[in-house]
Design a protein around this ligand. Structure first.
Ligand SMILES: N[C@@H](CCC[C@H](N)C(=O)O)C(=O)O
Length: 276
């Protein structure tokens, strides 16, 4: 089966975008792994499969798969790429889109100069919603890894995130601690691990070890989760420029119950066909 795709990225977090509206596509974890393989396939952090809407009040739905083949609930950089993709493929002419994903509905606004703004919804903070094993909800939790105790924030943006504060982002133990925390038994569905350095109340630095992928150049849901954790601890204002290795996202959050918004670029790199 030959399948048309677009290769896209949001701040270097890269995607293979598949149009399942005008093509019939059956994905399996093995096919996803082959597409994502940087030597044997196209290469990407995530595969996004765009499909027709399931509900009358949404424009599309899309499914998200990590490079390891696992299907996940949400992807912030992918949301921005999705909005640009459906326009470039002429699947819609709308600038404002309502889209259904596994974790709920997102509202997207396609802006000028490659920028897309996404209403990512309100964060979930109850341990069982994340899911995270804890007796009660708290701002921070002690978490033991190999006999050492770390302080983390636990936030769901539809998908699970652990956030750790660090003094210096360049020295953050992303490669050492990331893989251990990502499969920690207190996160029964695994977790994305963000290392956050606050520079000023409106500027921060973040590196993310993503579940099912490894360290990526950017993670949109990770940036939102980091914002929520820092805001709860009164370390930042309502608007923060979150600097990731691939570039900056602007994140807004005004507090509990409010939606988090994320603004940043979505770039198309090339189009092609793959034999699946
Ligand atoms: N890169 C994404 C997040 C993709 C999913 C994540 N790895 C997970 O397993 O939840 C983003 O930009 O949010």
């Amino acid at each position: 089966m030959r399948v048309k795709f677009s290769k896209m990225h949001g701040l270097g977090n890269d995607f293979v975008m598949l149009d399942g509206v005008s093509q019939r596509i059956r994905l399996s974890p093995d096919k996803v792994r082959r597409i994502a393989d940087r030597r044997l396939g196209i290469g990407c952090d995530q595969v996004l499969l765009v499909e027709p809407p399931r509900h009358p009040d949404t424009d599309f739905c899309y499914r998200i798969f990590n490079a390891d083949g696992g299907e996940v609930e949400n992807c912030g950089n992918g949301a921005r790429c999705f909005a640009r993709f459906v326009h470039e493929r002429r699947l819609t002419g709308k600038q404002h889109l309502n889209v259904e994903i596994a974790s709920g509905t997102l509202q997207l606004n396609l802006m000028d100069a490659d920028q897309v703004e996404v209403n990512m919804g309100a964060p979930l903070l109850e341990p069982e919603q994340i899911p995270f094993r804890a007796d009660r909800r708290a701002e921070s939790y002690p978490l033991e890894v190999n006999g050492e105790t770390f302080t983390i924030g636990a936030v769901s943006m539809g998908n699970p995130h652990a956030v750790l504060l660090v003094e210096d982002i360049q020295l953050a133990p992303v490669r050492e601690l990331g893989p251990l925390l990502a499969v920690h038994s207190r996160f029964p569905q695994g977790v994305n691990v963000g290392f956050l350095q606050i520079e000023t109340p409106s500027r921060a630095h973040l590196r993310v070890f993503e579940r099912g992928v490894g360290e990526t150049r950017a993670c949109g849901t990770g940036a939102c989760a980091a914002m929520v954790y820092a805001h709860q601890r009164e370390l930042v204002e309502d608007k923060v420029d979150m600097h990731l290795p691939g570039g900056a996202l602007t994140i807004h959050w005004s507090g509990p119950g409010q939606p988090v918004t994320m603004k940043g670029p979505a770039i198309t790199v090339f189009h092609g066909q793959i034999i699946l």
